[in-house]
Design a protein around this ligand. Structure first.
Ligand code: FHN
Length: 441
């Protein structure tokens, strides 16, 4: 009898999971041409911002854990970023060489940076009373930057979402159906009013959020705009167990277009699109005297990400007054200055064919192979074998010729000058006798 009961349970689970996967596989896919365009952009600005910047603690996570919940939930009454300028933020992104911008429209604390009709907990209830999303969308259009939106599927502030503080038990009086309805209404506002290029979902690891919700919301979005790009954080694996809910890979059961390794550079992957998200400092939201990455760290993160065939979504946390810290603006400008000279080796390239390492990372486009050299460990740099490939020319991008040898099995040895052209990352171009994209990884 017990065996019969267990087999019935197994069959029920099997058919339910099967139904989920079937419904997932029948979802409208983002056109490959749109995804290819996204991956060609290579570099975007991530922005985590909200009333919590008045405390300098982490957005969402410090609510009730560092900042008392009552105090946190009333910060919006003092939030008045009079120095906010969407043009200044977007110009900072453009000057950094960034091609898209992703703003936390709603993070886990539930505060909305646009005048949503479906929650009073929004920017119009603050003293500032201006539509942050609308201003940024307009400025992005003006400067040719693609406007993107971060949206959390967990909202510890909304009484209809069952978990009200990170780690707390689910509230039986909450109403998930109403919560998902509000989410869909808000996503419809965002998609129809601001036309985002990409939606960056987050927060899919808590138990109230199920794969069925993910399929439902994904399908809803695609009916509004089949071309909007969606990351893998509506549903990244077949269960929503937080532990090990690794977003770094695009699992077969994922719902969404690309993987999202966080605070680490993804591994070389020529099959599945991916985008590393990383902070320029340590905290996502602004923090006083936070440690900021050096220019070398920033550039090598971008280059190793591109070398892995991924994008970099690089995060700044603007201050409560609405300004991005001057030192962060300066660091991003330094990245942009490098990209002004060497951007050809990043934008519109493919990663590989070599696995990025501490000495170099490779990208490729047409018959060019770009070798980004991070440091001169010796007078020569030997590259892995390039079977059947002939190097016709070698030179520094925008610079001098390079002496090299290539032996019969195709391995290449470059002679490096005493002084490399750029202390953080020098770019060597190898012009090949064939399309570099065809070289097997
Ligand atoms: O909990 C969030 C965190 O605050 C931040 O938004 C990052 C950005 O990718 N995502 C979640 C942690 O994985």
């Amino acid at each position: 009898m017990k065996l019969l009961f267990n087999s019935l349970i197994f069959l029920l689970l099997f058919f339910q999971l099967n139904a989920q996967e079937k419904s997932a596989t029948s979802l409208i896919k983002t056109p490959k041409s749109v995804l290819d365009d996204f991956m060609d952009q290579r570099f975007g600005m991530f922005i985590h911002w909200g009333p919590v910047t008045l405390r300098g603690t982490e957005i969402g996570w410090s609510r009730g854990l560092g900042v008392p919940t009552e105090e946190y939930d009333n910060l919006y009454k003092q939030f008045n970023p009079l120095l906010f300028s969407a043009d200044a933020w977007v110009k900072t992104a453009k000057d950094a060489g960034m091609k898209y911008l992703t703003i936390t429209a709603k993070h886990h604390d539930g505060f909305c940076l646009w005048p949503t009709k479906f929650s009073d907990y929004n920017i119009m209830s603050s003293p500032y009373k201006k539509d942050i999303l609308g201003e940024l969308a307009k400025a992005c259009k003006k400067y040719g930057i693609k406007f993107c939106v971060y949206f959390t599927v967990l909202d510890w502030h909304d009484p209809n979402y069952p978990i009200h503080i990170s780690g707390a038990k689910a509230d039986p009086n909450a109403n998930m159906d109403k919560f998902v309805m509000t989410m869909k209404n808000q996503l419809e506002e965002i998609i129809t009013q601001y036309d985002p290029y990409m939606l960056w979902f987050d927060g899919n690891w808590e138990s109230p959020w199920t794969p069925e919700h993910a399929v439902d919301v994904y399908s809803f979005i695609k009916k509004l705009n089949p071309n909007v790009i969606i990351n893998n954080r509506l549903k990244s694996i077949s269960t929503n167990v937080a532990a090990g809910n690794d977003h770094s890979i695009l699992s077969p059961t994922a719902i969404g277009d690309y993987a999202t390794p966080e605070q680490k550079i993804g591994t070389l992957n020529m099959k599945d699109p991916w985008e590393t998200c990383m902070t320029i400092c340590e905290q996502w939201a602004w923090k006083p005297n936070d440690n900021m990455k050096s220019l070398k760290q920033c550039l090598q993160t971008l280059i190793k990400t591109a070398g892995g065939n991924g994008n970099l979504l690089f995060n700044v946390g603007p201050q409560a007054n609405g300004q991005i810290e001057e030192r962060q603006v300066k660091r991003l400008k330094e990245m942009g200055d490098w990209l002004k000279i060497y951007g050809e080796s990043i934008y519109g390239t493919k990663g590989g064919p070599f696995v990025p390492n501490e000495t170099y990372a490779a990208t490729r486009k047409a018959k060019k192979l770009f070798i980004h050299v991070f440091e001169r460990k010796s007078a020569t740099l030997s590259l892995p074998v390039l079977p059947g490939i002939k190097v016709n020319k070698a030179y520094f991008l925008k610079g001098a010729k390079i002496t090299y040898t290539q032996d019969t099995n195709g391995s290449v040895t470059l002679q490096l000058p005493e002084q490399l052209p750029n202390a953080d990352a020098s770019v060597i171009v190898l012009e090949l006798n064939t399309n570099a994209g065809d070289i097997p990884v």
